[in-house]
Write a protein that binds this ligand. Structure first.
Ligand code: PYC
Length: 332
């Protein structure tokens, strides 16, 4: 019998799960987190599948594994694991990971109140507030985010032709704003959004190639962001982000919010100094700001600030046992 044990600490960020693997993660080769991500995908993806999919996880499950930093100026390296794969960057995952790591004493910040994280997508700076041991807010300054292309069209069997923009915020997002054939998320169920997202993502990836100009391991349209009317008058916008095969993010999605802010910035709808309050499908909120302006391969880009909160929900010692026919999980 071969049984592997993983010591996990579970949390949620504004409603979306984060499972930090604090013990049992593999030793990875690579001189940065992008190379370590490639090694993990090659040799250890069974760990992600076992810990994220049913019966140990669920459709929305998402998590992380911590590694020592490669640059001594930084605090920690983060590998993101999820039902959808190993994301180059995950915003809600970062907020949850930082909250868990600080509250449970897994990291000692070099500068109190601040952290420098190495992620597969690049350096992410974090500031946080605490009351006693409890982390109250986490704000990350994300990797450079930009509008990749606008006004693409795609056919959705049930809705007809849709127009969408593609923006990068740590992952590539197809952004579907309200339009003639889609009134906004307020009019539709999650089941419908999920079914349409699967079809649209497949068609988009068959027709187009999306590759990050500075890191060709970041490729493919992985997420669909559906927009709609906010629930609260104080919010700027609301979204439903589709990922994996069946997930709608319960948080406002950090990389999705970054992509949407980059889209608005490129179109002149969002300017430095303006706040972008983004609501999730369940109404939870991230506060977005523009922390810097830059370019990516000549395209105007921003460094989005994303602020949210997380709650630690418990400890979870998980076995992956070779005798279990579902050791690597399953999806139905
Ligand atoms: O918060 O960036 C995010 C995210 C990606 C997928 C689910 N959440």
């Amino acid at each position: 019998m071969a049984r592997k044990t993983f010591f996990c600490i579970d949390a949620h960020t504004c409603g979306n799960p984060v499972r930090l693997v604090a013990g049992g993660g593999p030793i990875l080769q690579g001189s940065n987190m992008s190379e370590k991500r490639q090694h993990f995908l090659r040799d250890y993806d069974w760990i992600r599948q076992g810990l994220m999919f049913e019966p140990r996880g669920h459709d929305m499950m998402s998590g992380s594994i911590l590694y020592p930093p490669h640059d001594p100026a930084n605090d920690i390296g983060v590998l993101y694991i999820e039902t959808s794969g190993c994301l180059p960057m995950c915003g809600h995952g970062t907020i949850g990971t930082v909250t868990i790591a600080l509250e449970e004493g897994l990291i000692t910040p070099k500068t109190p109140g601040q952290l420098r994280l190495e992620t597969p997508a690049g350096l992410v700076k974090v500031s946080y507030t605490q009351e006693g041991k409890k982390v109250k807010t986490v704000k990350l300054t994300n990797v450079a985010s930009y509008l990749e292309t606008e006004n693409l069209t795609v056919e959705c069997t049930e809705l007809g032709e849709l127009t969408l923009d593609v923006a990068y915020g740590g992952n590539f997002y197809g952004i579907i704003d309200p339009q003639k054939n889609f009134a906004g998320i307020q009019d539709f169920t999650a089941d419908k959004l999920i079914a349409w997202s699967r079809e649209i993502r497949k068609r988009m990836n068959e027709r187009y190639t999306f590759v990050h100009p500075e890191n060709d391991t970041i490729r493919g349209l992985s997420h669909i962001l559906w927009a709609g009317e906010p629930l609260a008058p104080t919010s700027t916008a609301r979204n439903a982000v589709f990922y994996g095969d069946k997930a709608i993010d319960r948080s406002p999605c950090g990389t999705g919010t970054s992509a949407r802010m980059a889209q608005w910035y490129a179109k002149g709808l969002l300017k430095p100094g303006q706040e972008f309050i983004h609501e999730s499908y369940i109404g939870s909120i991230f506060r977005g700001t523009i922390e810097g302006e830059t370019t990516v391969a000549g395209k105007p880009a921003i460094l989005p600030g994303i602020e949210g909160w997380a709650m630690v929900t418990g400890l979870n010692t998980i076995f992956l046992d070779d005798e279990d026919p579902y050791v690597h999980g399953f999806q139905v």
